[in-house]
Design a protein around this ligand. Structure first.
Ligand code: NAD
Length: 501
């Protein structure tokens, strides 16, 4: 077999220098998907050099914003035209249902469309200098070479949240997607090139984080690193980026509270508690993994939730009856298994799930939707992100108690409140320490609204106007239109000069 050439560097598809490869298998049944190049540090170095050159002397940063925006809108159109091809590739890599991958592709196209629209208007800002002889303006410039590192749960979506604003602002980049899910990033590179992104502006390296990702946070020629992934990796990246004082954006995990008051619409709240916890088998950074329900409705609510959780149909990407899919890998399923075991050992009541799916699903990495009741603050299943189909249940007595429990986490990515009392909904939303709060809903997001975390869920924002600002430097240009001597220092040479004359 010839070496795959799946590293995209300076407009060329290259194999790894070492010839090393990695096989990608579908988590739904273990079947072979593809074989890709496994980059070493030398390959990443080449990609960084290409991105540096493209930034320092290439055309992209000097292309006017309106033209860059046009390219991004063409990418959005291309994604819509090739949606099925991209969605299938995403489903093979992740095991996620094809219907979900199609929704992801629509969202990705919307993201390129959004930044392709907002970035077209980039005139900066005039500043009122309070001085008739001063012209002062703010202009926005790209940060430079960006290292973009993304996870496996929404592979192309998470990459697109970085690639679209990064290009919109005129930067060049090296993208390092998760080693488990490279296929759609490979497709994206060709699409970017077809749509007019010049050679060297968009580069792709594939491989293990510690080898192919780490140089992006360490290398002096990288100006910014934007990372989405786990807390521990985020800490490592921020620490190594500090040595060269890179700009850093971190989108990390969550342990998101779903607060349900007794006056909530019961069926809607149960149904959405299910969505919150079990969509994509809980492999969602904003999953509602902590259900916090008012004491008076606990029994009725949890009984209804458990009944529905038991009923969820698991299956592979192309199983029309499936409602959710497998976990990403055997290793991740082992982690979730241990996480639930420890929770039960610490005193949680296992109401349903807590085991692997059997029968025809044994070939894949399926884990049954799991409800852990009677948990308390401080237990590991309440504190740590599980990133699997596991929801814990706690109770509260009043508004203050609900807010206290919801905020009792190191994370702060997202959360929800369910109540028909509009005032209470707003009060609780205002007090929740999270980057997104849903009222009577769970999970929706908008490309035009900022996304990101409080606390150890990270810093920086993706999407929305701030999502573009992350990739820009604001430069103040100050012009004195009537220059003269400032008079700050006494000019003692003046008399000498006068004497000479
Ligand atoms: P991860 O941290 O293991 O890996 C994420 C990426 O970082 C991968 O590309 C990986 O190869 C790379 N990486 C690993 N070690 C590295 C290193 N030392 N230097 C540079 N890169 C390195 O995370 P994951 O398991 O792929 O994803 C799951 C995590 O992502 C969860 O914690 C989840 O909450 C989080 N996540 C957050 C958001 C958000 O918007 N906040 C969105 C999706 C996922």
């Amino acid at each position: 077999m010839t070496d795959p050439a799946t590293l995209y560097v300076d407009g060329q598809w290259l194999p790894a220098e070492s010839g090393e490869t990695r096989e990608i298998r579908c988590p739904a049944d273990g079947s072979h998907v593809t074989t890709v190049s496994e980059a070493g540090r030398g390959d990443v170095e080449k990609a960084i050099t290409a991105a540096r050159r493209a930034f320092d002397s290439g055309t992209w940063p000097r292309t006017v914003a309106r033209d860059r925006a046009r390219v991004l809108r063409a990418v959005a159109d291309g994604l819509r035209e090739r949606k099925e091809e991209f969605a299938r590739a995403e489903s093979f890599d992740t095991g996620k249902r094809l219907v979900e991958s199609r929704i992801d592709m629509d969202d990705i196209a919307a993201c390129f469309e959004y930044f392709g629209t907002t970035a077209a208007h980039d005139a900066g800002r005039l500043v009122d200098a309070d001085d008739p002889n001063v012209l002062s303006r703010i202009q926005y410039e790209p940060v430079g070479v960006c290292g973009l590192i993304s996870p496996w749960n929404y592979p192309l979506l998470q990459a697109a949240w970085k690639v679209a604003p990064c290009l919109a602002a005129g930067n060049t980049f090296v993208l390092k997607p998760s080693e488990l899910t490279p296929s759609t990033a490979i497709l994206l590179m060709d699409l970017l090139t077809e749509c007019g992104v010049p050679a060297g502006a968009a580069n792709l390296v594939l491989g293990a984080g510690a080898v192919a990702g780490a140089p992006l946070s360490e290398h002096p020629d990288v100006d910014m690193v934007s990372f989405t992934g786990g807390l521990v990796t985020g800490r490592t990246i921020a620490a190594s980026a500090a040595a060269t004082v890179k700009k850093v954006a971190l989108e990390l995990g969550g342990k998101n509270a779903n607060v349900v008051f007794a006056d909530a619409l019961f069926d809607a709240a149960v149904d959405n508690a299910l969505n919150a916890a079990f969509v994509h088998s809980g492999q969602v950074c904003s999953a509602g993994a902590r259900l916090i329900v008012e004491e008076s409705i606990h029994d009725e609510f949890v009984d209804a939730l458990v009944a529905r959780a038991r009923d969820i149909r698991l299956g592979g990407p192309f199983d029309d009856d499936a409602e959710t899919g497998p976990l990403i890998s055997a290793a991740h399923r082992d982690k979730v298994t241990e996480y639930v075991r420890k929770g039960v050992e610490e005193g949680a009541t296992l109401r349903c799930g807590g085991e692997w799916a059997g029968g025809e699903l044994e070939q894949g990495f399926y884990y049954l939707p799991t409800v852990l009741d009677d948990v308390r603050q401080g237990m590991s299943v309440v504190v740590d992100e599980g990133f699997g189909p596991v929801v814990t249940v706690e109770t509260f007595t009043d508004e203050d108690d609900a807010v206290r429990i919801a905020n009792d986490t190191r994370y702060g990515l997202a959360g929800a409140v369910w109540t028909q009392d509009a005032g209470k909904a707003q009060r609780v939303a205002n007090r929740m320490r999270a980057g997104t709060v849903w009222i009577n809903d769970f999970h929706p997001y908008l490309p035009q609204a900022e996304w990101g975390g409080f606390g150890e869920s990270g810093f920086g924002r993706e999407l929305g106007p701030t999502g573009l600002d992350e990739y820009r430097e604001a430069k103040h240009v100050y012009q004195n239109i009537d220059p003269g001597v400032s008079g700050w220092f006494t000019d003692r040479t003046a008399s000498t000069r006068d004497g000479e004359n």
